[in-house]
Design a binder for this molecule. Sequence first.
Ligand code: AMP
Ligand code: ZN
Length: 455
Amino acid sequence: MALRLYDSLRRDVRPLTASQADGVFRFYNCGPTVYAPAHIGNFRTFVVNDLIRRLADRQFGPGRVKHVRNLTDVDDKTIRRAREERRPLADVTRQWTEKFHRDCAALNCLPPHVEPTATGHIPEQIDMIAALERRAHAYRTEDGSVYFKVSSFNDYGSLSRLKERELKLGSALKATTADSDEKEDGSDFALWKGHKPDDGDVFWPSPWGPGRPGWHIECSAMSKKHLGDTIDLHTGGVDLLFPHHENEIAQSQCCNQQPFSLHWYHSEHLLVDGKKMSKSLGNLYTLDDLTAKGFSPVAVRYALLSGHPRKQLNFTLESVHAAEKALGHLRAYAASLPATGGDPATLAPVIAALEDDLNTPAALGALFTVVNRGTHGVDAAGFAEVMGLLGFDLRTTPTAAPEAPAAVRALADQRWAAKAARDFARADALRAEIAQAGWTMLDRKDGFSLEPNKR
Ligand code: AMP
Ligand code: ZN
């Protein structure tokens, strides 16, 4: 069997192939913007990409996969954060890059082979913009910016099917109009942003004067530099499909005169109460929020993989509880296995489900069918291989949930009593006092528990 993945451009499930003569599979995954901790919604995308990486390693062999994942370390958000904190931009982005690496390691995500940064590739981005200008795909504006001329690229919109949604076109394109009033057309997007006072000391010299790159050009430039003009797979969360990936295709193909990515894959969002988990909605959990509640990172990974990656997944604490329990079963099972003597066919359905467009729910279902049947036909090495593909490190165990101090527990008892006596004013006052002390009281029908405040 070979790994088959849905392709957002051709809209069908297709095998992944290494297209070039050297047999190296070229894989680019859009990485995080480093100005705050990544939330577990972001990590759903990175864990799914880690699964692709592990399956690709298995298929193409060691040294035959080149995985590039960038760091966006200059944009409006990173600059705003540095200004608010009165710190140099590089300080802020270094802090959050290090945090991102720690979280990735805790979630057992393999590091990419190359992790390029936008600020580390300014000359490459400038070269690309200059090439686009020479080919009349870009134009300058009075304020020292450069824009991509969308009407100069016939294929624009093929990934997001913009042209087929003509009625919605106007509103969809408005999403990109925030750049400037100086654009010739609302759908054009910034390749280079002329320096503005808000950018402070964040600027680089360029043929168009001081400024900084637009967001989209970094991925086109870094993918060209590290993987070449044509790559085998490009991935990201669905929100990147338009405009980010549409713009990457336009930039790369107009500059290189070659097809850009041969396969596009987008994973769906993690939701909370039906809404996308996002920094702007403030409905997010970080990995630290969950480990503070006593969950192990491997259970978070399990929970993030429990839904089909191309379907939205509603996040609940119960799902991490359930994951912790499932991992407990897997640990006990692993410990009971003989070292050798297994039949590889026994666990093959698990791998087949993963290779079938990352059908993780089916894979976990097949896994537990085998586990529940007993150890017959499975040995430790075969089981470890499957755990390795899923990235479940069974050696890690949950940390004990932190216990609230006695004074907080006493307040909680008083509040429980006040509630029972229907003295809600007093119960609310006590809840506020408990929150002040850094704890949240979670009520159930038959009792309560105390958890550290999320913030
Ligand atoms: P950002 O740091 O905002 O550039 O996002 C990094 C990655 O996380 C991108 O691939 C996004 O598509 C993805 N992402 C953002 N929010 C979510 C979410 N709620 N669920 C899954 N992926 C997400
Ligand atoms: Zn990107």
